[in-house]
Design a protein around this ligand. Sequence first.
Ligand code: SF4
Length: 285
Amino acid sequence: MEIILAKTAGFCFGVQRAVDTVYQEISSGGPIYTYGPIIHNETVVADLESRGVHVIDTPEDIAKLHAGTLIIRSHGVTRELYETIRKSGLKCVDTTCPFVKRIHDIVEEESAKGSQIVIIGNAGHPEVEGTMGWSHTPVTVIETTEQARSFIPEKGKKVCVVSQTTFNADKFADLVAILKDSDYNVSAMNTICGATRERQKEAREIASMADAMIVIGGSTSSNSAKLFEICRKECPKTYFIQTQNDLPLPLTGNEKVVGITAGASTPKNIIEEVLKNVGTAGRKF
Ligand code: SF4
């Protein structure tokens, strides 16, 4: 059996930067909090918790704190939340990924000019929620073709479409095509980040030549779920696993090529353990 491991599997630049920042802050002393888990990975979050890094989830939680450092994760937060943190007097360490920040700027600027904002992404995802909070006007989130078909902008308004950074690139193109195929004044900016595009492209290429494909990611990681979707289209025997504990897979033993990729919040050691346990040989793609 040949195993092909995607070069792009695991932490992206933004996630690595956020995680490194938290570990650096531990040495600076004082209570440390992250607004939401720093990444969608229970092992990393548990390790941080054991080192005194606590997860808080709501503005009400912030109001209860009187000292310490609050770290904003790579997903970013709303403009209002920055204000809440500023008023709390906590030290704020911001690890919002620059690619997410760029979308906040677009949304703020375009909505200030009067455009109606559409985000193509998953409603309820923290990045999408954060981005919505930079708009001066109500935002519509579109995720499905049905939602795109039934979208009606406010009368006379221009529509500015952006994407969640980790959205499926093909799906984004399909949804934009539906929105543009209307009488509305629609302009779209593909704000899917380069790291996501590369990861999706490589996953698709490997899955297209694999007899079985493994996607490693956290159960709540939306970028990993999208990788699974992409790989399954190319390779029906695609499996989503969280750790090596989900092995063995129901393989027949006749698979000649098994591909492995992983989401942006999957730590290297988890990928290495899966690689070690799934077969005996491994090579980089
Ligand atoms: Fe930044 Fe892209 Fe990673 Fe999100 S997936 S943290 S936007 S590099």
